[in-house]
Design a protein around this ligand. Structure first.
Ligand SMILES: *Cc1c(COP(=O)(O)O)cnc(C)c1O
Length: 396
């Protein structure tokens, strides 16, 4: 009999990946995440990280992390509900609530965990989850953990959303509308004002995952809800501390009632150890920096506009992004991957994104400009785009 421990069934699946040409090795970063990095032994301009504000390697965050380690140690030793809830965790939640202009904020170990924990805690059998079809994988997985029924509406299509709400309103107790605040592949912003109006009309709750809006949109990065002035009208406002904030973690901001309930029923907080002191110390410093000054978000937007305008002038298709996310749409899958490889050879790292992450034929390299890039670095990146774009007949 075949030996099951040889994992033959996995070996076959791995071979399929190789046959499809999608098998890969992870790129290796040999130093901090910054505007310019050492990657696989080569110095390149980094246009692929979510480190929007350049906080991941910022001296103030590093100093705060070291101080927190010296005062509180390397780990917390327990889940928050036992003895892993330190005063700095409480301080972090207070400052986050203040920053987000909400009553309370509840912190998780990641944005992914936040969706995995929150959605199942606030919905149950007899409820309906209504999700934008392009929502992030962690929302899809989080929804699967809920006993509520699930359905989708067409991406940012308010007629489609209203149709779903109208058809289903009387069949369910609570309805929860979930949307990304900023969609990560195209950089478009959710139509929150319209979504809120429909939610109010049909008495549904709203849940916005603002992973790519936090630290980017709104006053000093307060997010998409702040950008549209919708404070008090979104029930659950999710953010990540892993992208613009530069560290690790996630949170949901909202009412005190939400906080009290999650404090008792959010499974990732009940059954997984709390964020380590270094992370908490660095995040608190990052939020303070944003509350002191808009210089970081100003520089992010200035750089993004500069870079987008230069690529557009060269004739690249940069899609319809409304945020610093800058897709450069190439189209065919293999051509997209070749474009990315050629850019790397010319000193720029920007990863190719193809089917099934985006629809077939819309392959793109997704450029993430940050506040940490200098104009000189952006100019060098644009030169590489021009050179490779001409050589591959994408422009010119
Ligand atoms: C990145 C992302 C997450 C996951 O956040 P992490 O903090 O990296 O776990 C969740 N939701 C959305 C919309 C994201 O883009």
């Amino acid at each position: 009999m075949e030996n099951v421990h040889e994992l033959k069934f996995l070996k076959e699946k791995i071979q399929q990946l190789k046959d499809q040409g999608v098998y890969r090795k992870l790129p290796v970063l040999q130093g901090p995440s910054d505007a310019e990095v050492m990657l696989n032994g080569k110095k390149v301009i980094n246009l692929s990280s979510n480190n929007y504000l350049g906080f991941a390697n910022h001296p103030r965050l590093k100093k705060a992390a070291i101080e927190a380690v010296e005062k509180y140690g390397a780990g917390t030793g327990a889940v928050r509900t036992i003895i892993g809830n330190m005063d700095i965790h409480e301080e972090l939640e207070k400052i986050l609530a203040e920053f987000k202009r909400e009553e309370a904020a509840f912190v998780y170990q990641s944005g992914f965990n936040c969706n995995a924990g929150t959605i199942q805690a606030i919905t149950e059998e007899g409820d309906l989850i209504v999700s934008d079809e392009l929502n992030h994988a962690s929302i899809i997985d989080g929804s699967r953990l809920s006993k509520a029924k699930k359905t989708i509406f067409k991406h940012s299509d308010m007629d489609s959303l209203e149709e779903v709400l109208k058809t289903n309103r009387d069949k369910y107790r609570n309805i929860l509308i979930i949307t990304d605040g900023v969609f990560s592949m195209d950089g478009d912003i959710a139509k929150l004002p319209e979504i809120v109006e429909l939610a109010e009309k049909y008495e549904a709750m709203t849940y916005v995952d603002d992973a790519h809006g936090s630290g980017v949109l709104g006053e000093s990065g307060r997010g998409t809800v702040d950008h549209f002035g919708l404070h008090g009208r979104i029930d659950f406002s999710i953010g990540t501390l892993s992208k613009a904030i530069g560290v690790l973690g996630g949170y949901v901001a909202g009412s005190n009632t939400m906080y009290e309930w999650l404090n008792h029923r959010a499974r990732p907080v009940l059954f997984s150890t709390s964020l380590p002191p270094a992370a908490v110390g660095a995040i608190i410093e990052a939020i303070k920096m944003l509350m002191e000054s808009t210089e970081y978000t100003d520089r992010l937007w200035d750089n993004a506009k500069y870079f987008k305008a230069k690529l557009g002038k060269l004739g690249f298709n940069t899609g319809h992004s409304q945020t610093p996310i800058t897709p450069v749409i190439i189209g065919e899958e293999s051509k997209t991957m070749e474009f990315s490889r050629e850019l790397f050879n010319n000193g720029v790292f920007v990863s190719g994104i193809v089917f099934p992450t985006v629809p077939r034929g819309t392959g793109r390299v997704r450029c993430m400009v940050t506040a940490a890039h200098t104009k000189e670095q952006l100019d060098r990146a644009v030169d590489a785009f021009e050179k490779v774009g001409n050589k591959m007949h994408i422009i010119g």
